[in-house]
Design a protein around this ligand. Structure first.
Ligand code: KG4
Ligand code: ZN
Length: 382
């Protein structure tokens, strides 16, 4: 049985006067998940995810402490056609039934993005279908319209192993970036800290579990950039502060006891929560000033699975009378349904690409925002 996700879409403006459904195959390969999905939009305004297949590469990279671009690219190249077949079959559809093929064209690890784009181009040419290039971040940012029918403009916080930014989502192709990390993404910090204190990967869930029994006040970890105006964040110094405390404990007592691990985890998590809470409060204020009518906030990305972070964000939204939404986790983390959906949104605006579609390692959503420098564990910063 295909996994169906049915929601009514409410919109400020009518979609199109289209009477035929749109059936789009989405392809995602920008980091360490090879995804293919089929999403259908119907003229009555409903949308269904007919299939959403993901092959995660976590095990392939486990020994290297991060995603190895060459291994990722090779695994994508090997798995893309398999995942496309699986997605079509789970949707009970054939390639020729599709209206278009949507593919992540960036930002991300270039080898993986290239694999996806080449696969999509081949399928589009072979089946005579339109090709739609999608920005991976737009895929995340537009997902709450698929899952919860959000109308523009809404505020989005994207927090994962590779991303961290506040965006005002104003339209399918219109985003204002209010701020984001200037170094590590929060998920990256969770993963690195878990490694430092001897907890298994992925670090987020391990830290959250162990932190539940820890004392968040035992260590005075910093709350980076809180004293600076704006909505930029930094998590790299926090990670270094945990490293220092770990080294001190190892020097003093020859290693870490379970209560040390729990206290370090709890202290680190509390610092991340405080930073995200303060910056979200500022982002909500900036957003509400600009968009006071029917305000809505959505969080996406793997770090949104964290119960503390989620409940703090929810409470802040309640305080500001802003509707809080968080797509189901499978649609918060990297997946191809979000790419198919963003493809549908673009198709409805007539935004179609041709064979000159390029794979882009960097592709900021907000072209006016200051460019980010550096590269994270999961590739270049967008
Ligand atoms: O969105 P995602 O699946 O993948 C990419 O980053 O592309 O996010 C994965 C990240 C990992 O860094 C993982 O440690 C983090 O999300 N994560 C969490 C939790 N569950 C997953 N971080 C904090 N708390 C969690 N419960
Ligand atoms: Zn992502």
């Amino acid at each position: 049985m295909p996994w169906c996700y049915l929601r009514h879409m409410s919109r400020a403006t009518p979609l199109t006067d289209r009477t035929e459904p749109l059936l789009v195959l989405g392809i995602e390969s920008s980091c360490d998940d090879t995804g293919a999905a089929v999403v259908r939009w119907s003229p009555d305004g409903t949308a269904d995810i007919l299939s959403n297949e993901v092959f995660g590469q976590t095990e392939l990279h486990a020994d290297f402490g991060g995603v190895v671009p060459e291994i990722a690219a090779r695994a994508h190249a090997e798995k893309l056609d398999v995942m496309v077949e699986a997605a079509l079959s789970a949707a009970g559809a054939k390639l020729k039934d599709m209206t278009a093929i949507a593919v992540t064209a960036g930002p991300g690890l270039i080898g993986g993005v290239l694999s996806g784009v080449m696969c999509a181009k081949g399928l589009a040419v072979g089946a005579g279908l339109p090709l739609v290039g999608v920005n991976h971040l737009a895929g995340h940012a537009l997902t709450p319209r698929l899952t919860d029918g959000l109308v523009f403009p809404y505020l989005m916080l994207l927090i994962s192993g590779g991303h961290c930014q506040f965006l005002i989502v104003e339209g399918v192709d219109q985003f204002e970036r209010l701020g984001g990390t200037i170094d590590d993404a929060p998920g990256e910090a969770f993963d690195k800290v878990a490694k430092l204190i001897g907890l298994p990967q992925p670090g987020g869930p391990s830290i959250e579990k162990v932190a539940a029994t820890g004392d968040p006040k035992r260590f005075a970890f910093p709350r980076p950039l809180l004293n600076r105006p704006g909505m930029d964040m930094s998590f790299s110094g926090l990670k270094t502060a945990v490293l220092r405390e770990r080294d001190r404990l190892v020097d003093e007592q020859g290693g870490l006891f379970a209560n040390d691990q729990a206290d370090l985890a709890a202290g680190f998590q509390a610092a991340v929560v405080d930073v995200l809470a303060e910056k979200t409060e500022r982002a909500l204020r900036a957003y509400l000033e600009k968009c006071p009518d029917t305000p809505a906030f959505s969080v996406a990305g793997g770090v949104a699975a964290n119960g503390h972070i989620r409940s703090v964000l929810h409470r802040l939204c309640d305080d500001h009378e802003v509707a809080f939404t968080a797509p189901p986790l499978a649609l918060c983390t990297d997946n191809a349904a979000m790419i198919a959906w963003a493809g549908i949104e673009r198709l409805q605006l007539g935004l179609v690409d041709d064979m000159s579609l390029a794979a882009r390692p960097r592709w900021p959503l907000d072209q006016t925002a200051t460019a980010l420098v550096g590269s994270g564990k999961k590739g270049p910063k967008a």
